[in-house]
Design a protein around this ligand. Structure first.
Ligand SMILES: Nc1ncnc2c1ncn2[C@@H]1O[C@H](COP(=O)(O)OP(=O)(O)O)[C@@H](O)[C@H]1O
Ligand SMILES: [Mg+2]
Length: 230
């Protein structure tokens, strides 16, 4: 993304660090993610990928360093606003028991905003689940549940999506469907993404750039082929 590299970063981590019980699980990570860029993050299990992601929207607190969102230190942004602007998609979608529509309404309702039935329909159509609004979530397949989680994230109109192994728990068919859907949504909405995956082929398909982590540290950042073949 040569064009985006000349604009200021959407997301900038500066010496981002988290130490838990004397163990440094994220070690001085400084990384820029540019507007509408997809940064794939790869690395072995235990490398600190999920821990990094949780620092990015302040689900966990850095013990050193910080994150800038649009040039603003995120500690100046109320956490609820921060998490509205930065949606998160996890490996396992944590849906609340009940109907699909209620899950999608949850985030906006916390801010006192109602999502209309028409908006629910539009969001569900966006993820290929038209007519699913009254379904009970415990009757959904894994792929359908993940698509509801995506619709729920989109209901907040995020600027950034943080994705933690979003297809890892799915079977092969659902994995392909969800990956394709995410790609389509990310590109059409121009979302800035940090996409954690242990799947190097997925990193190569999805990442504009790839960041490789090991032992809490950022080892390399660059073009997918350079980083993945090094
Ligand atoms: N809340 C926590 N307390 C202590 N250690 C943790 C915590 N969360 C993660 N870790 C440790 O941090 C390291 C990185 O974990 P994680 O970020 O989950 O790696 P990855 O997502 O790359 O597999 C691991 O050694 C893990 O055991
Ligand atoms: Mg992880």
């Amino acid at each position: 993304m040569t064009q985006s590299s000349i604009s200021p970063p959407k997301l900038e981590t500066r010496g981002l660090t988290r130490e838990v019980d004397g163990k440094i699980i994220v070690n001085h990570v400084s990384l820029n993610v540019y507007p509408a860029e997809v940064m794939a993050v790869v690395g072995p299990s235990g490398a600190g990928k999920s821990s990094l992601l949780r620092l990015l929207n302040r689900l966990d607190e850095p013990t050193a360093g910080t994150v800038h969102l649009d040039g603003q230190d995120y500690r100046e942004i109320p956490p609820r606003e921060l998490r509205r602007r930065m949606g998160m998609i996890m490996q396992m979608p944590y849906l609340f028991p009940g109907r699909v529509a209620e899950n999608i309404r949850f985030g906006p309702r916390q801010r006192g905003e109602d999502v209309s039935d028409a908006d629910i329909e539009r969001l569900l159509a966006r993820v290929g689940l038209a007519d699913f609004s009254d379904r009970e979530v415990d009757r959904l397949s894994g792929g359908e549940a993940q698509r509801v989680a995506i619709a729920r994230a989109l209901a907040n109109n995020p600027e950034v999506l943080l994705l933690d192994e979003p297809t890892s728990a799915l079977d092969e068919d659902a994995k392909a469907v969800v990956e394709k859907l995410l790609e389509e949504i990310i590109r059409s909405e121009g979302l800035t993404c940090v996409w954690v995956t242990h799947d190097r082929a997925q990193a190569a398909r999805m990442g504009d750039r790839v960041a490789m982590m090991e032992d809490g540290k950022l080892l390399r950042v660059g073009a997918p082929q350079e980083v993945l073949n090094a």
